[in-house]
Design a protein around this ligand. Structure first.
Ligand code: SF4
Length: 417
């Protein structure tokens, strides 16, 4: 994929120009969802990707459509003028604020960080790849997702983590935001491509020295594993529930997003949260409404719950959207999910994860999959790998040409477990 698109800064892809929309904290009101859906239908091909960092991407636009999109999304509160638009890479737990297990609701912190980035005079010098993850200690464990800098709450306090290392503990939201911004500013000062991992430890220490309310961390950090949740999820202090609907291989279309907006407005609290595990979460539904919506969702193009709980399929855009790909990753991923829904007996008994990646760049995510199918830049066909990720595929368990959905599921059932 071309370098980090935004609303105005479009990326040229095989299926047209692509825009990336960063909804603050991954939250989208029904009106914002509708504005995005209508923009995708009129300015693009109608295809909308939900990325592994919970952003939305409109595909199939014309090269000069960025200004028209910016005007629409600015009115909807989804675009900010200037360089901050492409640098508000803030991933927040989609259940933040409702998870009974959460230690701290980090929604105010996410809003303050977003505001801080928009106001920062240095933000244009920050790499558009620089990312933040905010984890309030809830069950989703979003801190497991790789980022430049993250904030993670435990029973002991809120830790600031840079490139996987606990740096300090923050006393409150204010010091936490200040610490996250100080690290980003140090990266921006070091050069436009600089990431947190490139910073010298001495630079990090001096950047944090100027922030009040920080103390030495009492924990070395505990490894977390991302825990996707689908279906009905209890809400803290409420008889109502959230409904997490699985989006097949992270691909929506304008009609699906409009339907979600209708559901959120009619049965929920009027908004939704985007999850980094290919799901959209609608908050505040009654159990009966959530059950009825879940039953209808398959007819609207969402993956059946029984399939999503047993089979995770992530796929990059593949040959229909990316010139580097030789194989149709997205389409094959969708066919696999459809086959699994029609013939669930084909699936292995334990939950499995499949990743289809057109090349080692791994645009759909970096997590290890039980079965990785990796394409080559220079030849058609897939190579299959057990327990691999695009950048660390490990040994091949066979090189194959084009693959069909039944072949992929057979491989999963007989060679992976
Ligand atoms: S991972 Fe897929 S979408 Fe990304 S560059 Fe490679 S082929 Fe293209």
């Amino acid at each position: 994929m071309a370098d980090c698109p935004g609303v105005l800064h479009l990326a040229a892809m095989a299926d047209g120009a692509l825009a990336r929309i960063r909804a603050p904290g991954g939250r989208l009101s029904a009106a914002q969802a509708r504005a995005t859906a209508r923009a995708a239908a009129t300015l693009g091909s109608g295809v909308i990707d939900l990325t592994s960092r919970a952003n939305l991407q409109i595909r199939g636009m014309s090269e000069g459509a960025g200004s028209a999109l910016a005007a629409r999304l600015s009115a909807a509160g989804l675009f900010v003028e200037g360089p901050a638009d492409r640098r508000r890479n803030i991933l927040l737990d989609p259940f933040s604020g409702l998870d009974p297990e959460e230690i701290r609701d980090l929604r105010p912190l996410a809003a303050a960080l977003d505001e801080g980035l928009r106001a920062a005079p240095w933000v244009g010098a920050l790499s558009p790849k620089f990312s933040f993850v905010l984890d309030g200690g809830g069950r989703s464990a979003v801190a497991a997702i790789r980022s430049d800098v993250s904030c993670r709450t435990t029973a002991q306090g809120t830790m600031i983590i840079g490139s996987g290392h606990v740096l300090v503990e923050a006393a409150d939201d204010r010091s936490c935001v200040a610490a996250l911004l100080a690290i980003a500013q140090a990266a921006a000062a070091a050069g436009p491509q600089t990431r947190a991992r490139d910073l010298d430890p001495a630079d990090l220490t001096s950047a944090l020295q100027a922030v009040s309310g920080l103390r030495q961390a009492t924990e070395a950090g505990i490894a977390r594993e991302l825990t996707p949740r689908f279906g009905l999820v209890s809400q803290r202090g409420s008889a109502r529930v959230a409904l997490s609907l699985p989006v097949p291989v992270g691909r929506l279309d304008a009609t699906m997003l409009e339907w979600l907006a209708d559901v959120a407005e009619r049965d929920g609290e009027g908004w939704m949260a985007l999850a980094p595990w290919s799901a959209v979460v609608v908050w505040g539904m009654s159990t009966a409404e959530a059950d009825a919506t879940l039953a209808q969702s398959v007819g609207h193009g969402f993956t059946p719950l029984g399939v999503a709980e047993r089979l995770t399929v992530v796929a990059c855009a593949g040959s229909s959207g990316c010139v580097r790909a030789q194989e149709p990753a997205k389409e094959l991923g969708r066919e696999v999910l459809e086959l699994a829904a029609a013939e669930p007996w084909r699936l292995p008994p334990a939950p499995v994860r499949v990743h289809l990646s057109g090349c080692r760049r791994g645009c759909a995510g970096a997590a290890t999959a039980d079965l990785l199918l990796l394409g080559a830049d220079d030849a058609p066909g897939w190579s299959a790998h057990r327990a691999g990720s695009p950048r660390a595929p490990g040994d091949s368990i066979g090189r194959r040409g084009a693959m069909t959905a039944p072949e992929l599921i057979d491989l999963l059932a007989h060679r992976v477990r």
